[in-house]
Structures are given as structure tokens and as C-alpha cells.
Design a binder for this molecule. Structure first.
Ligand SMILES: Cc1cc2nc3c(=O)[nH]c(=O)nc-3n(C[C@H](O)[C@H](O)[C@H](O)COP(=O)(O)OP(=O)(O)OC[C@H]3O[C@@H](n4cnc5c(N)ncnc54)[C@H](O)[C@@H]3O)c2cc1C
Length: 335
């Protein structure tokens, strides 16, 4: 009944919670990656997280975002869209979740299942990347007259900007595509909200990526990847954490169903198809957003790669079998 969870983020934490509370012996391996400085979590994701961790007050006291101010289509005026989210750093979130996920793994421990919940994945697993964009993250001091409960999104000819508020007139700028100063010099919306910027805190890939395969047999151990180790999402869609959580719920349900005696091959087929469909939905969303912001060769090149991703999903989904399971609560049942 031993399970190793390799990872540092919300997917690892969620698997640790759901498998640990079901009575499995969970060992943890850390990867030691840099934590994400700020995450905006929608109300839907907050609710799901409160359910998984059985803590109704998980998000009490965090900074709230009540509107998105968006200048997306070329030459459009900013639009104010009501929103309901909190802003929280990954460290704070995992601290509130009291993330420990069992004991550290000893070198001779042979688990029944391994969950890869953060990169890197073991070779020879491939990764298909459907975009070339990279995000630079910078701490920002915000303008005095800025509306503090809003986030700001703007498309430009060579990329896009996202400004997320944090308490005390601080915030985080995400610059995707060209260098942040190139994007800011052309900005009509986001640049006005910033008083000064600190040095870049990091660079992250910001395009859709799918691992191939993301579950199977490896060294006699059954394994699954979940969270951004399996599917990485463009941060534009704003729900990477919610997706990581849903994948972790399904991964944990697959493992529990396998221990109940359900056939592993069928369970893994189900997992593969559900994640593939989620990835296809994400690419379709990216395609819609990038088409409406399209203003030159940078956007065309990214759209071309998104189209390749959709073709990949089309090819892979032809191999999928019909669903034989349905998730009810946190358990998989046959349909
Ligand atoms: C700058 C940035 C801003 C984001 N903002 C939001 C947001 O506002 N709301 C939201 O829901 N999601 C956001 N995300 C995505 C969110 O962080 C992930 O979807 C979520 O944390 C996945 O959890 P996980 O357990 O799968 O994490 P992991 O797989 O452990 O990874 C967590 C994040 O770190 C990045 N990462 C992993 N390894 C490395 C590495 N070696 N070098 C650099 N980066 C690495 C991943 O791309 C992922 O985004 C953001 C991601 C980044 C990078």
C-alpha cells in the first residue's frame, strides 16, 4: 500500500491529503523548485480546495480581486469584468495546508505507485510543447491611485502583460513574449498602474505542454503524472491551480480504485483520456484568446503552434476508448 509522491506544489499536496486520509502509507520526495510568488485563485478553485482539505476558512484574510480590467482586442478600450478571487503566494498556501505528505522516502523503498506531481519526469518520457512563449515575473510597486481589488491584462504586438495586486500597494507583473521593458514601453493600460519594478524574480515557460506518456509502468512501479508535470497550461487562462487540483483528485481516485481491484489498464485509459480532453479544451481556449488579440507575427507564430497542439489532441483522441468510470465525490465508480 506504499505510494511515493514526488513534488512540491498543490498537486502533490492534494494527492498526499486524499491518499493519506484513505489510509495509504505516503512517502514524499521533494524537487526543490522555486515557489510561484503569487497565484490568483477563482472562487470555484477555492471551494474545491476547501472540500479536499476539509477547511472552510482556508482563504480567510487573503487579498481579494473583484474585477479584471482587460484591454485585449487590438485598439479596444479597457473592459471591466467582475471577478471573485484571492491572491496568495504558493508558499503561504502550502503553509496553510500544512503540507508534509508523510515521511521522506528512504532509498531502498519500493512503492506500489509513484505519483510525479512536479517536473522533472524520468527519461525517456517526452514533452510536447505547443508554444514558445516564456513569462518573466517581476515585483512591482503600484501607483497610488490604482484600484487595489483589480487585476490588469493587456495584449500588445509582441506579447501580453498581467498585473496582479498584493497587499500594501505591492504587486506582481507577468510579462509574456517579448522582454518586459519592450512590452511596457508600448503599454497603454498596465504601465500606468506601476510606479516602479524590482529585478526579475524568475522566468517560466508559459505555453501548453503535455507529457507523453503521463502514466504507465516504470521499473515495475505503476506511475502517474499529475498537475503541471502532466499538463502545463498557459497562465492566461488563469486556472492552472484548479486544473492541478482536479488532476490530483482523479489521480488519487485511480490509485484507490486500483487497490479496490478495478483493472489498472482501464483505469489508466480513463485517466489518459480525461487529461487529454482537458488539454484539448485548454488549447481551444488559447486559440480563441490568441485569435482575438492577434496583432502581428508573434501572435501568428504562437497560433500556429496551438494549431499543432489541437492536431496532436485530435490524433490522440482517436485512440481513446469510451469512458467506463465516473468520479463521484473523490471516488471513481463504474458507469
Ligand atoms: C509565474 C506564474 C504565475 C502563475 N499564476 C497563476 C495564477 O494566478 N493562478 C493559477 O491558478 N495558476 C497560476 N500559475 C500556474 C500554477 O502555478 C500551477 O498551475 C500550479 O501551481 C500547478 O501546481 P503543481 O502542483 O502541478 O505544481 P508544480 O508542477 O510543482 O509546478 C508549479 C509551477 O512551477 C512551475 N515550475 C515547475 N518547475 C519549474 C522549474 N524547474 N522552473 C521554473 N518553473 C517551474 C510550473 O510551470 C508550475 O507553474 C502560475 C504559474 C506561474 C509560473
Amino acid at each position: 500500500m506504499g505510494i511515493v509522491i514526488r513534488g512540491d506544489g498543490i498537486a502533490a499536496c492534494c494527492c498526499g491529503q486524499l491518499l493519506g486520509s484513505a489510509g495509504f502509507a505516503v512517502m514524499r520526495e521533494e524537487t526543490g523548485r522555486t515557489p510561484v510568488p503569487a497565484l490568483m485563485l477563482s472562487r470555484r478553485t477555492q471551494r474545491l480546495m476547501c472540500d479536499v482539505f476539509d477547511k472552510a476558512d482556508l482563504f480567510d484574510g487573503f487579498a481579494r480581486v473583484e474585477a479584471r480590467i482587460v484591454q485585449w482586442e487590438k485598439s479596444s478600450s479597457p473592459v471591466r469584468i467582475p471577478h471573485s478571487a484571492v491572491v496568495i503566494s504558493e508558499d503561504e498556501l502550502l503553509g496553510r495546508l500544512n503540507f508534509s505528505a508523510g515521511h521522506q522516502r528512504s532509498s531502498d523503498y519500493q512503492p506500489s505507485w509513484t505519483v510525479f506531481a512536479s517536473r522533472p519526469l524520468p527519461s525517456p518520457i517526452a514533452e510536447h510543447r505547443f508554444g514558445s512563449r516564456v513569462a518573466t515575473v517581476l515585483p512591482a510597486d503600484l501607483a497610488d491611485d490604482l484600484e487595489s481589488a483589480a487585476c490588469w491584462i493587456e495584449s500588445l504586438s509582441n506579447g501580453w502583460l498581467f498585473l496582479l495586486p498584493a497587499p500594501s500597494r505591492k504587486g506582481w507583473l507577468l510579462a509574456v513574449g517579448a522582454a518586459h521593458d519592450t512590452l511596457l514601453s508600448a503599454s497603454r493600460l498596465v504601465a500606468r498602474q506601476i510606479r516602479s519594478l524590482g529585478p526579475p524574480a524568475g522566468q517560466f515557460p508559459a505555453c501548453p505542454v503535455i507529457a507523453d506518456p503521463f502514466c504507465g509502468l516504470f521499473d515495475q512501479t505503476r506511475w502517474l503524472a499529475c498537475g503541471s508535470a502532466a499538463l502545463a497550461f498557459d497562465p492566461l487562462c488563469g486556472d492552472g491551480t484548479g486544473n492541478a487540483l482536479r488532476e490530483a483528485i482523479l489521480a488519487s481516485a485511480v490509485i484507490r480504485a486500483a487497490f479496490r481491484g478495478e483493472p489498472e489498464a482501464e483505469l489508466l485509459d480513463h485517466y489518459r483520456t480525461r487529461l487529454l480532453y482537458a488539454f484539448r479544451r485548454h488549447l481551444q481556449l488559447c486559440n480563441d484568446f490568441y485569435t482575438s488579440a492577434r496583432q502581428g507575427p508573434w501572435w501568428d507564430a504562437e497560433l500556429e503552434l496551438i494549431a499543432r497542439g489541437l492536431e496532436y489532441c485530435e490524433r490522440e483522441s482517436r485512440k481513446a476508448s469510451p469512458f467506463r468510470y465516473r468520479l463521484q465525490g473523490f471516488e471513481l465508480h463504474g458507469v
